[in-house]
Design a protein around this ligand. Structure first.
Ligand code: TTP
Ligand code: CA
Length: 365
């Protein structure tokens, strides 16, 4: 049976979330920074919007270097707020989950999904992907890139091709023509070392890899990885979309009857959120190390404040007290009233590893 697999990736995620919150940033270069605190500019760029990328700025670059490249370009230098991006990510994943047969989040802003049963063919799957894009745009004002294909490797490459903002559909009849000319380094799991080894064997493109001798690949890379390389190059890598991955957090955000900055006035709604996350902890037998108070203000910007414990907690009293005192602190820092309030528990004990595409791939690549 032909599978219909999708890969979705939000465009310049952290920077785009900041643009949504403050649209005046859009025409400016935006860099999201993780400051190490050693000196004023020590640290790295976590991500940058496409305006900043035009000037050669990218993820992982020292902040000082990025600033130099953006000198005179009116850059917006923004401190990374991971909690805020988690809130947006959770909403997107929850919406996605309802729109696909299976959803496998693989990062804060990306996921594989399966549409084989509900869509039935690639034409209908294209329509589904279009409505996913429209939904994220309508609800979050964010653009994303989606790729569809017959395997995870094809879907991932298709979404890379679609960046930014596009939709690339590689139906089975297009797969060979799509994959063949690409360099082997584009394949998921092929890092610089594997690429060099393949090049030394005279294999530069995915098409050449697809025609390579299976025995030679297995003797050079081992049965498992050699087999993976061959199937990936043919677009027949077998790995399935694995849904229901162990949750890494529980959260609930509720809309207030009236905007307020008084945590006690927001308490009734907040209490529903606290009961919900505590119930999820109890029913899943988990305990959490981090509690986060989430406030969405009247201008729809998101503010968070977290506390991390040395040992995981799960009891209602601690979650209540902590959430309320976090809200008291948060309310002192805001310039507008809360419109929505919420709570998140995270930092669970690590769950067992799941079967995934990465199982086939050697860690060193
Ligand atoms: P990516 O999806 O790799 O990058 P992106 O969303 O910023 O840009 P695009 O998809 O349009 O190419 O990563 C998702 C988020 O992860 C990104 O917004 C910030 C974070 N990130 C880091 O913190 N450090 C990094 O080195 C990378 C690559 C990403
Ligand atoms: Ca992304």
């Amino acid at each position: 049976m032909i599978r219909i697999i999708g890969h979705i990736d939000i465009d310049y995620f952290y920077a785009q979330v900041e643009e949504v919150e403050n649209p005046s940033l859009k025409p400016r270069p935006v860099i999201i920074c993780v400051f190490s605190g050693r000196t004023e500019d020590s640290g790295v760029v976590s991500t940058a919007n496409y305006v900043a990328r035009e000037f050669g700025v990218h993820s992982g670059m020292p902040i000082a270097l990025a600033k130099r490249k953006l000198m005179g370009k009116d850059p917006a230098v923004i401190r990374m707020d991971h909690e805020k991006y988690e809130v947006v990510s959770t909403r997107i994943m929850e919406d996605l989950e309802k729109r696909v047969d299976l959803l496998e989040p693989t990062g804060i802003d990306e996921a594989f999904f399966d549409l084989t049963t509900s869509a039935g063919d690639f034409n209908r799957a294209r329509k589904d992907a279009e409505s996913i894009k429209a939904s994220i745009l309508r609800n979050e004002h964010l653009t994303c890139s989606i790729g569809l294909g017959q395997s995870k490797v094809v879907a991932k490459l298709a979404s890379d091709t679609a960046k930014p903002g596009g939709l690339t559909v590689i139906s089975p009849d297009l797969t060979e023509a799509f994959l063949s000319p690409l360099p082997v380094s584009k394949l998921y799991g092929v890092g610089p070392k594997t690429a060099t080894a393949l090049n030394e064997m005279g294999i530069k493109t995915i098409g050449e890899l697809a025609r390579a001798s299976p025995a030679e690949l297995e003797s050079r890379f081992g049965r498992k990885f050699g087999g993976y390389l061959l199937s990936a190059s043919l677009g027949t890598d077998p790995s399935a979309v694995v849904a229901g991955l162990e949750p890494t957090q529980f959260s609930r955000i509720l809309t207030l009857k009236h905007d307020t900055r008084d945590p006690l006035e927001a308490y009734d709604r907040l209490s529903e959120g606290i009961d919900y996350v505590q119930g999820k902890l109890a029913s899943s037998g988990k305990a959490s190390k981090t509690i986060t108070a989430i406030g969405i203000l009247a201008d729809l910007s998101t503010r968070t404040k977290s506390k991390t414990f040395d040992a995981p907690i799960a009891d209602l009293a601690t979650i209540r007290e902590t959430t309320l005192s976090l809200f008291e602190e948060l309310s002192k820092t805001i310039e507008k009233d809360f419109r929505r309030v919420g709570v998140r528990v995270s930092g669970f004990e690590k769950a067992e590893d799941q079967t995934s595409l990465s199982e086939f791939v050697r860690p060193t690549g």
